[in-house]
Design a protein around this ligand. Structure first.
Ligand code: IYR
Length: 253
């Protein structure tokens, strides 16, 4: 690729460099400048089927619950891999795909994760969160003891990549990385639910750097979510929450 205007002037054939279409020669995109656009593969469904599917998907998703009590029954690793493949289909800013999923099944590493999280969560609940926050959470009966971190067969650590590096060593901006990872996380949760498993979107406060170091990820990545994945424990309970009805969440103009 071009680096300086001098180089551009010197260049006399297209063998050693890529054309950049008259753009600023100092700049290169992370994607190939001549990326092909191909016909969309799309099969239009009969409208009746679209109506049916929209209702079916809602009915399925309405049975998803956040679960805090896990069975240690195993799950095939391929199921977890497929779930993460699904998350990786999310849209992302400039197609930068700014996510890393670290999957932990090693009991020793899960134990270390639990130690890190419980130590911080104890401080969170007793000091950092304050009276209003802990009062707001009381009905959910959460506390700093996190048995699910060692009970669940898998922990998925979701990292957002703040930036990366292109092949030429220049920095690649990950536009909207927070939004992109959030979108992917929604798909991840839907995939877990569709597969017949349960999860919990835990966001361990103040544990990010210690967990990132534990799993050997670079400082360009930030932990956003920690999801235990598995089957619910036989005795699992959930708070009897109701969801807002459509008229409270939808404004039609
Ligand atoms: N991260 C803590 C506290 C917590 C915070 C919120 I906001 C919740 O909806 C639930 C829990 C924990 O995981 O216990």
């Amino acid at each position: 690729s071009y680096e300086t205007p001098d180089k551009v002037a010197e260049a006399d054939d297209g063998d050693e460099f890529e054309e950049n279409d008259g753009q600023n020669p100092e700049l290169s995109s992370a994607l190939p400048w001549d990326l092909e656009h191909v016909p969309l593969e799309f099969k239009r469904l009969p409208v009746e089927e679209t109506i049916q599917r929209s209702l079916e998907f809602y009915n399925l998703m309405s049975t998803r619950r956040t679960v805090r009590f896990f069975s240690s029954d195993p799950i095939p690793a391929d199921v977890i891999r497929n779930i993460i493949r699904a998350a990786g289909t999310a849209p992302s800013g400039a197609h930068t795909e700014p996510w890393t999923y670290v999957v932990i099944s090693d009991p020793e590493v899960k134990k270390k994760v639990r130690e890190i999280v419980e130590e911080e969560e104890y401080i969170n609940y007793t000091k950092r969160m304050g009276d209003q926050w802990t009062t707001d959470l009381k009905p959910l009966r959460t506390d700093w003891i996190k048995e699910y971190l060692t009970d669940a067969p898998y922990l998925i650590l979701v990292f957002k990549q703040l930036y990366s590096f292109k092949e030429d060593g220049t920095k690649c901006t990950h536009y909207y990385n927070e939004m992109s990872v959030s979108l992917a996380s929604g798909i991840l949760l839907a995939a877990i639910h569709y597969a017949g498993l349960v999860s919990l979107t835990s966001t361990p406060l103040n544990c990010g750097p210690a967990l990132r170091t534990l799993v050997g990820r670079p400082t360009s990545e930030k932990l956003t979510l920690l999801l235990p994945v598995g089957y619910p424990a036989a005795h699992a309970t959930v708070p009897d929450l109701k969801r807002k009805p459509l008229e409270d969440i939808l404004v039609e103009i």
